[in-house]
Design a protein around this ligand. Structure first.
Ligand SMILES: *Cc1c(COP(=O)(O)O)cnc(C)c1O
Length: 362
């Protein structure tokens, strides 16, 4: 299989005007404002990856028997392009997204994509839609690579045709409240993933199954749901789309171990930053009972959620069917703030990138 393809570009015939774009960039919210282009690469059993194009963003035409509509063979990634103060464009650890995308692909019996082709596709879109990258402090261009089974066939088997696509949208803060601490809802009835399941794969199906719990969280006045493990309903796993960290009185930082959770790149980066800042970082199971006890005794000082979309969000309060408890001073604690500032500083080119996490797009 060739590792790279030449992209043919058919620019948008009537791209958004600079004025209209400036207005849209003033308050893009999250995921509502599309850029002008998309990248598509096709895969078939016979040809492998082929037909790489950069083209005007447009709807897909899908046959009603298109496999993804029935058996949900779909995976995705979420990453951001940043504009530095000097005007350069950077991506944060995109090779990690490429690697994880392929791990998700393998779990879902889909073809893997050469890392180089994945990165070329991302960069091609970032270049053509570079004017859509917000230059303001909290803004970035959210990139959504995804792949779905496009074969027209109702039989149950891994499909023999797939479409890989990358779209983008300028984004501001993920949570409407800005950097206000979030409130979590602990789900009694639902779990996100079980051992042997797809919890570690970034597939749309995981989200489909989590939406009812997220809706329950919102009905209870919470921002996000937090899931406990499926087997014992005892161990804290993660949120619908974010990993979780606990900062203890003794300075140690705890995060649930990999397995049924999504291996977040933000999680991995925060672990490295926390370690470098002198915290002992423990990947270990943490129970909901312990969480309550530690929050009440003060042994737990801070907790935060993290992911590409929301970056680092302090957790102020936790609600469950039997009550509620606050964490620390219910706002962002000093460790949460320091880790966020460091991560964002590196991403925006304000802090030296000693670990070579940034990849610049020229
Ligand atoms: C994407 C995702 C995360 C966060 O991963 P990042 O690489 O940090 O963006 C966490 N949990 C779930 C379920 C996810 O889908």
């Amino acid at each position: 299989m060739t590792d790279s393809l030449t992209f043919s570009t058919i620019p948008h015939a009537a791209p958004t005007s600079a004025d209209a774009r400036a207005t849209l960039l003033e308050d893009p919210a999250f995921g509502r404002v599309p850029t002008d282009h998309m990248v598509i690469v096709k895969w078939t059993v016979e040809k492998g990856w082929h037909d790489a194009t950069v083209q005007a963003r447009a709807p897909f035409q899908l046959d009603p028997a298109c496999a993804v509509l029935h058996y949900a063979q779909e995976i995705f990634e979420g990453m951001k392009a940043y504009r530095t103060a000097e005007g350069a464009i950077t991506l944060f650890r995109p090779e990690e997204n490429a690697r994880r995308f392929n791990e998700s692909a393998e779990r879902m019996a889909m073809p893997t994509i050469p890392e180089e082709l994945f990165l070329d596709a991302i960069e091609a879109l970032v270049r053509v839609d570079a004017d859509w990258i917000p230059a303001n402090d909290g803004g970035s261009l959210y990139l959504r690579p995804f792949m779905f089974a496009s074969e027209v066939f109702l039989g149950v088997k891994p499909a023999s045709e797939y479409i890989f696509c990358v779209i983008a949208c300028p984004v501001g803060a993920y949570f409407k409240g800005g950097s206000k601490a979030i409130t979590l809802w602990v789900s009694d009835d639902y779990s996100r993933a079980a051992a042997g399941g797809t919890g570690a794969a970034k597939c749309g199906g995981n989200y489909a199954g989590s939406l009812i719990a997220q809706a329950e969280a919102m009905r209870n006045g919470c921002d996000q749901v937090v899931f406990l493990d499926a087997a014992e309903h005892r161990w804290v796993e993660e949120l619908g789309g974010m990993n979780i960290f606990f900062v203890m009185e003794d300075g140690s930082v705890i995060t649930p171990p990999l397995g049924t959770i999504l291996p977040g790149i933000t999680r991995k980066s925060i672990m490295e930053l926390a370690q470098a800042a002198g915290h002992s970082v423990l990947e270990q199971p943490y129970s909901f009972d312990q969480w309550q006890a530690d929050a009440r005794s003060g042994k737990l000082r801070e907790a935060f959620a993290c992911g590409t979309a929301a970056v680092v969000a302090g957790i102020g309060e936790v609600r469950y069917s039997g009550g509620a408890f606050a964490i620390g001073n219910s706002g962002d604690g000093p460790v949460t703030t320091a880790l966020r500032d460091q991560l964002v500083g590196i991403q925006k080119g304000k802090i030296a990138d000693d670990r070579h996490w940034l990849r610049s797009v020229d």
